[in-house]
Design a binder for this molecule. Structure first.
Ligand code: MRU
Length: 355
């Protein structure tokens, strides 16, 4: 397979269409077999793309929501500001309901709403211009944040290290380099070599379908493992650090990320391996005191029983529990790497200092 690191780190998984009327995404549910782009114009299309994980990963969801609400606002027909704001909020609340756990969704939508409420004296066309600037800014800021996170994360690694990852927190899930996997791409660019173990990440296989695809295309040594193989690769001494992304970090450092992340952290603690969480400050929710306050998304049992199989692998009527995320206790996290620097315990203090 030809490798080209720039082609991977500069993937545009989400963007505003050239005419500014639609959100264009790579359909992540089709990878790695097909690279298909979707053009989203209606509120239902945007909501569904987020809900079905066609666009996924906390930062990418935020970017998509920013562009999405801008496109929807363009079509609001209101005779006055109050009517515009009412309809804007209705669309915003609808998009916000697509997925509950990643705080970036509401974070981006709230940013866009502030543009509307803080410029109420302006004419609607002028507000629209400001909304366009804001959604592009959310995207540009994310590129800069991912770069800085990757830089800080790389400072924690040595050439030749074995790294275990879970889920996908690379360029597809963000806008450049990524967060959890960002240091691997940046290090590779600088000639460093890592041996990466990518958890397949049941049940939706983001590790197998997306992380393995990205890393392999970038020429990074990646070995795909089933989630239940993490313990043996750690025991074998093949893992020097675990790096994962995050969907919501509570004020005390408890971190929601893809289901299975907390299990990796427990294993890492047992084997004495550092466990790093990497994410932008937009993923830190200081209004959320602890992990217990994080709303965990529950998804369709069909994802466990049949989604990726030729025929169902479980009795049709068996009960299933399918939480999309779990919360890793702050005591298991060695450091939280943000674009503003590396936070160490106690997180109640180090995270507070970021804001
Ligand atoms: O359900 P997903 O695929 O959206 O879950 C994504 C994750 O858990 C990622 O690790 C997280 O959003 C960080 S992405 C930079």
């Amino acid at each position: 397979m030809p490798t080209d690191i720039g082609r991977v780190t500069h993937i545009r998984s989400v963007r505003l269409s050239d005419d500014g009327t639609a959100v264009v995404i790579i359909d992540q549910t089709q990878l790695p077999n097909r690279t298909e782009y979707l053009t989203l114009t209606t509120a239902e299309e945007i909501w569904t793309a987020i809900n079905r994980l066609q666009v996924r990963g906390a930062p990418a969801i935020g970017i998509c929501a920013g562009y999405g609400i801008y496109c929807l606002a363009r079509r609001i027909e209101a005779s006055d500001y109050d009517g515009f704001l009412r309809e804007f909020r209705r669309q915003k609340d609808y998009l916000d309901s697509a997925r509950p756990t990643a705080v970036n969704l509401s974070w981006a939508l709230n940013r866009m709403e502030r543009v509307v409420t803080e410029n109420k004296e302006k004419k609607i066309p002028d507000i629209m211009e400001l909304l366009k600037v804001e959604c592009l800014k959310i995207h540009e800021e994310d590129m800069a944040m991912c770069r800085a996170i990757s830089e800080y994360g790389l400072s924690l690694l040595k050439d030749g290290d074995g790294i275990l990852t879970h889920c996908n927190a690379g360029p597809l899930a963000t806008s450049r380099y990524g967060t959890g996997q960002g240091p691997l791409f940046l290090g590779k660019e600088r000639g460093m070599e890592f041996r990466v173990f990518a958890d397949e990440t049941r049940p939706l296989l983001q590790g197998a379908r997306l992380t393995a695809w990205e890393l392999q295309r970038a020429g990074i040594d990646v070995t795909l493992i089933c989630d239940n193989m993490a313990s043996i690769v750690m025991k074998n001494g093949w893992v020097q650090a675990c790096m994962v992304g995050c969907d919501r970090v509570a004020a005390n450092g408890d971190t929601a990320n893809k289901i299975g992340t907390s299990g990796v952290a427990v294993l890492a603690k047992y084997y004495g391996i550092p466990f790093y969480v990497l994410g932008p400050t937009s993923t830190i929710d200081m209004n959320c005191p602890t992990g217990d306050d994080i709303h965990i998304e529950l998804r369709d049992p069909e994802e466990i029983k049949e989604k990726f199989y030729g025929e169902p692998v479980a009795p049709g009527d068996v009960k299933c529990y399918n939480p999309s995320f779990d919360v890793t206790d702050h005591s298991l996290i060695t450091a939280i790497v943000t674009e503003k620097g590396i936070c160490y315990p106690p997180y109640t203090e180090s995270l507070e200092k970021l804001f």
